[in-house]
Design a protein around this ligand. Structure first.
Ligand code: SF4
Length: 751
């Protein structure tokens, strides 16, 4: 079934892309959306609490707050995320009576999200096309009944999105392991799993090794495969501060994103003028060329290795050095699309810098060779001792606000033995040791009928995942889908035979269990306190949903005090403190916030298999694209956060009132006999067949040659389920081979 878009693209307009981000338009847009959703008084009251010490953590991205907090400690997209949650619109039982599931399934993401907050638990009985209200007790009984009816606990999967608080995540993974499975896929599987895999192997920690202070003190910052102006807007403030301190910035991206070029800080007088130029050098790299770039840079810097660091702290340098000495420059240039001069000038920048940070996001993590690419970034930094000293290190920039914390709390399908040992010892039970299913494996298992119950703790699974047609069929094959949600989304419409929607509190709302905590992208843990009245008296906090479900499924559990956990989140934090290293005295330290220990950063200690930081040898492959094809990357628009579509504009790229666009280099359009404005279908090719996304307006755009870009979730349909990164199993959404096919002018899309 296709999504209609409700004719949302009818007014599509395309202008010139911007070469700066932020400024007054960002403030104006944030305020306009906040007032539209919340009204003036509620907007002011709510926004002034975002990211404040006694306020709530922004439900947007995971970028950290600095020490000094201004009264307006949020960005345009943070304001949109808050407005989306604190909206005064409501989805009532009457709404569901008027809109059968079949109707919801053809609505756009923007339309669904725009209906407002969910207000009641809803149930779609088997065989029915309507959701009807259900009591919480009945909802938990339905889930318990279906879980008990399974052939074993591994026939259920329990997904988590990155909004879930530490307390809810810890209780949730505990419940899942008490049920006997490690089937805990999460949104990390689709974003920074490649970073976690590569960093754990090479540095001994699956997270970044820099603090905000390191970023401010860096002499050279690479921003690779990342669009901070849209996805982590307050990172621009940190980059601006680093520039004022004398840092150089190198942007590596196929697209010249506005936020990488110039920043007008709305909270600084300079923001009224020309702002601050950010990137000193823009390397317009071909998609998938990053591994080759970092190998080439390292090969040029071998003579300036930090020998003392390499000898004292690393392993595998000689093999890696030998490998680099045989570097094939023709392949480097083919893979990167850069000139040798560009690479050499960049190497000179590195040679001149005492401390280097490499930041990255999905542009590095969603390729078949992403883990190898990030290993190569680590090699590059280790070569000159740029790990574990001030102003230097790896900085994978995390997306959703607590995605990193959820993993720390044990939301992981492959938990370590040490974590399971500690969990089992604390609660007096034997947790399951078999590894569980990640996101891609969970979809395959549902598709094949091996998983019969899907439980989603937040998120919009069906739109966050690849191969939309396959994933939708997989979910529809299950016996029961359960979605814990704040707002309506497509995962409520693409559901199992029987389905439940469990409405929950948002970050902005007062939680009867007390404050919750989150961990940001740089490993800082802090409290979050919502103050707004709940959107409906029928909502439950996520923790209460977990604890009541536990009691419904497990009965009187002698191992876990579920009722106490629901009443008092301090009791959960006490247990976290005893199970997870770094959380000692959690309750005492949470209100003020604290940094988790980070051995590579704090002590230059690398808890890897060799006990040292590992250099690794990675093969340089040139991603060959057949004649006539392009490499597609899926991207977000500026009016979007993950799967949530706030609006239909992408201001920085010059797109207004529409989303079905594909950005293509003018020469690539001309080569195909296409012109700016032509309507095309995007067709991806894979051994099991072709996939088509219909009706996209081709936009002539200064992206790298041979590459193109279009928004997800609309283009998720093009990413085959089995096209994944080696080791991390992350879908390859940043390197999809496609061809552009002129749309049939007689079809609605082509007319
Ligand atoms: S940078 Fe991220 S966390 Fe900070 S206000 Fe913006 S969206 Fe929220």
């Amino acid at each position: 079934m296709s999504v209609t878009g409700d004719d949302e693209d009818a007014g599509l307009r395309v202008g010139r892309p911007k070469d700066w981000a932020g400024g007054l338009p960002a403030v104006g847009n944030a305020m306009r959306i906040a007032r539209r959703e919340m009204g003036v008084a509620r907007s002011t009251r709510t926004l002034l609490r975002v990211n404040q010490k006694d306020g709530f953590d922004c439900p947007g991205c995971a970028w950290p707050e600095g020490g000094h907090r201004s009264p307006a400690e949020f960005c345009e997209n943070g304001a949109k995320a808050v407005a989306e949650e604190a909206t005064t619109r409501r989805v009532t039982p009457e709404f569901f009576a008027a809109h059968p599931v079949g109707d919801l399934a053809v609505r756009s993401d923007h339309w669904l999200g725009g209906q407002g907050r969910l207000t009641r638990p809803m149930h779609k009985p088997a065989g029915s096309d309507h959701y009807v209200p259900v009591s919480w007790e009945s909802a938990f009984e339905i889930i318990a009944r279906e879980l008990r009816a399974l052939g074993g606990p591994d026939e259920a999967v329990f997904y988590t999105s990155g909004r879930t608080s530490n307390e809810a995540a810890f209780a949730y993974q505990l419940l899942v392991r008490r049920l006997g499975t490690n089937n805990l896929p999460d949104c990390s599987n689709m974003c920074h799993e490649s970073s976690g895999s590569a960093l754990t192997e090479t540095l001994g920690i699956g997270k970044g090794t820099v603090s905000l202070d390191d970023l401010h003190r860096a002499e050279l910052i690479f921003v690779v495969g990342q669009n901070p102006g849209t996805n982590h807007p307050r990172m621009l403030t940190a980059l601006e501060k680093a520039k004022r301190g004398g840092a150089r910035i190198i942007a590596v991206n196929p697209l010249p994103e506005a936020g990488l070029l110039r920043f007008k800080n709305p909270q600084h007088p300079s923001g009224l003028g020309r702002g601050t130029a950010l990137a000193d050098r823009f390397l317009q790299i071909r998609l998938n060329g990053d591994l080759a770039l970092f190998q080439a840079l390292s090969s040029l810097l071998l003579d300036s290795a930090d020998r003392a660091f390499v000898e004292e702290h690393t392993h595998g340098f000689e093999d890696w050095e030998r490998h680099l000495r045989g570097l094939d420059w023709d392949r480097v240039l083919a893979a990167t699309g850069l000139t040798r001069a560009e690479v050499e000038e960049t190497a000179a920048d590195v040679r001149a810098a005492g401390s280097v940070v490499v930041c990255w996001a999905m542009g590095l993590t969603q390729h078949r060779n992403s883990v190898a690419t990030i290993r190569e970034v680590v090699n590059f930094l280790l070569l000159r001792g740029n790990v574990g000293r001030p102003g230097a290190g790896v900085c994978p920039v995390r997306g959703h606000s607590n995605v990193q914390g959820d993993r720390t709390m044990g939301i992981y399908e492959k938990p370590s033995a040490a974590f399971l040992d500690a969990l089992g010892a604390e609660f007096g039970f034997e947790p399951p040791r078999r590894h569980g299913l990640d996101t891609v494996e969970a979809i395959r298992a549902m598709r094949d009928g091996r998983v019969k119950v899907f439980f989603g703790m937040g998120g919009n699974f069906v739109r966050a995942t690849p191969d939309s047609a396959v994933t939708e069929a997989a979910l529809r094959r299950t016996r029961l889908t359960v979605q814990v949600s704040t707002k309506l989304n497509r995962s409520h419409a693409v559901c199992g035979e029987e389905a439940l929607i469990l409405p929950t509190l948002g970050r902005t709302e007062r939680d009867p269990g007390g404050y919750v905590t989150v961990e940001d992208s740089m490993g800082l843990v802090h409290a979050s306190r919502g103050r707004l009245k709940a959107a409906s008296p029928h909502l439950l906090p996520e923790v209460a949903i977990v604890c009541r479900l536990a009691r419904a499924v497990l009965g009187d559990d002698p191992h876990v005090p579920w009722a106490e956990f629901e009443r008092d989140y301090g009791a959960i934090r006490d247990r976290i403190a005893r199970v997870i290293p770094g959380f000692e005295d959690f309750n005492a330290r949470a209100p003020g916030g604290f940094a988790l220990p980070n051995a590579p950063r704090d002590e230059r200690r690398f808890p890897t298999a060799t006990g040292r930081a590992n250099f690794t040898v990675n093969e340089l492959e040139v991603l060959e694209v057949p004649p006539g094809r392009l490499l597609l990357q899926t991207v977000r628009s500026h009016d979007q956060y993950n799967t949530t579509v706030y609006g239909l504009d992408d201001r920085y790229r010059g797109v207004r009132a529409g989303r079905r666009v594909v950005f293509v280099h003018p020469d690539d359009l001309a080569e195909r006999g296409l012109a700016d404005g032509d309507v095309v279908d995007l067709v991806s090719e894979w051994p099991d067949g072709e996939r088509t996304a219909e009706g996209f307006r081709a936009i002539s755009y200064p992206t790298a040659r041979g590459c193109c870009a279009a928004y997800f979730p609309e283009t998720n349909v093009l990413v085959p389920l089995d096209s994944v990164a080696e080791t991390s199993n992350t879908p390859t959404s940043k390197s999809v081979v496609i061809r552009l096919v002129r749309a049939d002018p007689r079809s609605p899309a082509g007319g």
